[in-house]
Design a protein around this ligand. Structure first.
Ligand code: PMV
Length: 313
């Protein structure tokens, strides 16, 4: 039996769209922070047949099935019971696939003695879900050309930012990221500009992180988020991930920032808002978001660890 954990990560410069090559490579350079407090815990046991349970209930996840199939083309891996649990909403824009595949490959590596190092694990995790490549690592993590290997550009101590998640709806999204990305690539009139400008956004964010320049990071991250959602909204069918509370939270964050609070927002493929702030503002930001119409709860996170094996026997 082997147990591994991994944390979700939140992209400050977003990945949306895939390269038209094998290997599940992003079309856009991206950079994230790994969160603490939100966690996926995955336990593997040998079984007669593959079986997946998600938060205690049987699950049939085609992404996990094809990931196992891909791994078995290279490694001898017997049938497994995969028990995976999230202490946060699953499939709702809180990066459960990132933490999920990072925890899964970390557990499989230990359980079946694959002997892979972190970079190789990250490469495999990317094939399950490209954002999962980043959750192998702690700190500020970049996934960018030329080699598209996730790498740590600054550790958590360099700039320990805080994140407040404003939950507005716990339901799982109806269109998966992979399907949505393909709609966007095929139909959004803004897709080419989005891909073409991502290198510049990535470079600006990396520089802001190195210089600990909060305003520069805030401007770049909000613009990257809004550009991604513009592409989503102009896809056919439209990908409208926001609800009224999402928009209200964005207004709350803008008001706080105008009043001198170092905070910016980012939103992924779901209606939750993540407010990234300097740690001294965490309570102020949490309170303001909790008081925003439609927010059901807030979760405070710091910078989290990379994926790790908890126990293997
Ligand atoms: O890794 P996926 O396929 O779940 O895609 C994640 C895409 C976003 O979360 C919307 C952005 C990102 O870079 O994490």
């Amino acid at each position: 039996m082997t147990t591994a954990t991994a944390h979700p990560n939140i992209a400050l410069v977003k990945y949306w769209g895939k390269q038209l090559v094998r290997g599940n490579f992003p079309a856009t350079a991206n950079v994230s922070i790994t969160l603490s407090d939100l966690v996926t815990t995955t336990t593997l046991t040998d079984a007669a047949n593959d079986r997946v349970t998600l938060n205690g209930a049987p699950a049939d996840d085609p992404k996990i099935n094809s990931f196992l199939g891909l791994l078995r083309e290279s490694f001898d891996i017997g049938p497994l019971h995969i028990d995976t649990r999230n202490n946060f909403p699953t499939g709702a824009g809180l990066a459960s696939s990132a933490s999920g595949f990072a925890a899964l490959i970390t557990a499989i590596n230990a359980h079946t003695n694959l002997g892979l190092d972190t970079q190789a694990l990250s490469g495999w995790a990317r094939q399950g879900s490209a954002s999962a490549a980043r959750s192998l690592y702690a700190g500020f993590v970049s996934l960018a050309p030329p080699d598209w290997q996730a790498e740590v550009i600054a550790d958590a101590q360099h700039w320990p930012l805080a994140t407040v998640v404003a939950v507005t709806d716990e339901a799982a999204k109806s269109v998966s990221s992979s399907v949505g990305m393909e709609y966007s690539r095929r139909t959004s009139p803004y897709y080419d500009h989005w891909v073409g400008s991502s290198g510049q956004d990535h470079a600006a964010a990396v520089q802001a992180i190195h210089e600990r320049n909060f305003d520069a990071l805030a401007n770049t991250a909000e613009l990257s988020c809004l550009k991604m959602h513009s592409v989503m909204l102009t896809s056919q069918p439209t990908l409208a991930y926001w609800n009224p509370a999402t928009v209200a939270c964005m207004d709350t964050v803008r008001r706080l920032r105008k009043n001198g609070v170092a905070v910016f927002f980012t939103i992924d493929a779901g209606p939750q808002v993540k407010a990234i702030c300097l740690p001294q503002y965490t309570d102020t930001v949490s309170q303001a978001l909790a008081d925003t119409d439609g927010v059901t709860r807030t979760i405070q996170c710091g910078m989290g660890a990379g994926a790790q094996v908890l126990a293997s026997a």
